[in-house]
Design a protein. Sequence first.
Length: 610
Amino acid sequence: MSASLPLRNIAIIAHVDHGKTTLVDQLFRQSGTFRDNQRVEERAMDSNDLEKERGITILAKCTSVEWNDTHINIVDTPGHADFGGEVERILSMVDGVILLVDSSEGAMPQTKFVTGKALALGLKPIVVVNKIDRHDGRAAEVLDEVFDLFVALDANDEQLDFPVLYASGRNGYASEDIDARSGNLEPLFEKIVEHVPPPSASPDGPFKFLVTLLDRDNFVGRILTGLVASGSIKVNDPIHAIDADGKVVETGRASKLMAFRGLERVPVEEARAGDIISIAGMTDATVANTIADPSVTEPLQAQPIDPPTLAMRFAVNDSPFAGREGSKVTSRMIRDRLAREAESNVAIRITESADKDSFEVAGRGELQLGVLIETMRREGFELGISRPRVLFSEDENGKRTEPYETVVIDVDDEYSGTVVEKVAIRKGEMTDMRPSGGGKTRITFSAPSRGLIGYHGEFLSDTRGTGIMNRLFEKYGPYKGAIAGRQNGVLISNGTGEAVGYALNMLEERGTLFITSQEKVYEGMVIGENAKPDDLEVNPMKSKQLTNFRSTGKDDAIRLTPPLVMTLEQAIAYIDDDEMVEITPQSIRLRKALLCPHERKKAGRKKQAA
């Protein structure tokens, strides 16, 4: 890393879909990181398949650009609170933040989450009102909202005196003029150099480095990324890793040092205080450990991580179709994969069950765990997943408490009554309601996380797909009592075989089907939703009785209604406590946890007696 270049370390923080990754693309292009003729994908920083599909940033990533002889390290952070474990650690590596807000949506819950973390660390923000060219933009109001947000988050006078730019990340311009509609990003580069202080790391003293991110590489093993807090390091220097209590985790050598150049990680011979680098050569060191010169015994202070609020059971797939579609089906493979995940993702906690066939995975929210399940599914795993449950706690008086979330909902005015009613059923309390312009209303609730499980799909149906819902962990509050669950029972297959169109046609009047003809089913598999509250066992394989008689009207072609096909998140949100989702690389099936009807009846009697 060039010693002569001045250095700036910044993070870009924003709510989901406010355009951070697109803005970073333009910073690359205008700083000359990409050649003019180089073919680069849109949102180059979202490299993971799931990130590209969902249009969200899941993993924090480091990159760098050089502008007018200043080396600028940029960290693209996740905007979703479920991936907050990444955000908190990332911010400890940087000296300033660019806060990006949408000129129409304004300051949203995740903006509040990430900004609160940044202000608490004393970082000074540069506010960029993005998407200034939107037809429904309201930049001046949004700026007032940001100022109010800073005041509410106890920002100090220096932080409240923030510089402001108006930008369009997609079109690649920024300006101090609210009416600008062309130009380039030079004003943003100037603000970064002018307002973000150089790293405060000490060039003297022994080498110290706090591990912030952990990756794996098939060739060099573990790659630990973080900020050099003091001193310098050369390739092959002796180092050791110490944990938060000062205990030595392991000793070794820095076999490889890497720095960030655009989207690439390039080998370097030496790194100095203030540099963001990656080190290879350690086998046990992990996130929040301090890598240092062997003479160092005091660890660097690591950021505490907010506790998990939601847990799911990941079990070995024990359905009759187990092993037909996936290559990784044993508990040992699942255990190893989850252990690898917990190693690099500190917001996840894994507990093995007594029977060794299932694991409780606790995390920040449904999205975070859903992403983990989808990733494992694509890697060839087969799993049985239980309904999510919230993690309860106790207050100082021994009373039961549960996690609450702040829910901010934007809906067309005509649907606001329905939304308020539905959230109230789920024990949510409305804390604010105001018109947000354009015939829309913004409603804020404080609701127990337990009541929100499975609500998103219903919310989209109620608002005809036009509503936007954002959730953010708020606090642990008093237990709210029982919350009504799913109102309808399910249709359960009473045998194993292939579904027949004739039988499904007869079953359509019973409710909504999840399968179509010629689909393979097994005993205990959920094949549809009953129109009534009770579960109903049915035969989807019954074929038409053949006779010698023919009569008019009997041989009409069967026309089945298209089945309701659920996504992974919808399936997990839909199931009840006695049900599971069977997940394989090719299929998502709903089933009863106990496949045998006699065992289900026995369990039902036990539950009633209890």
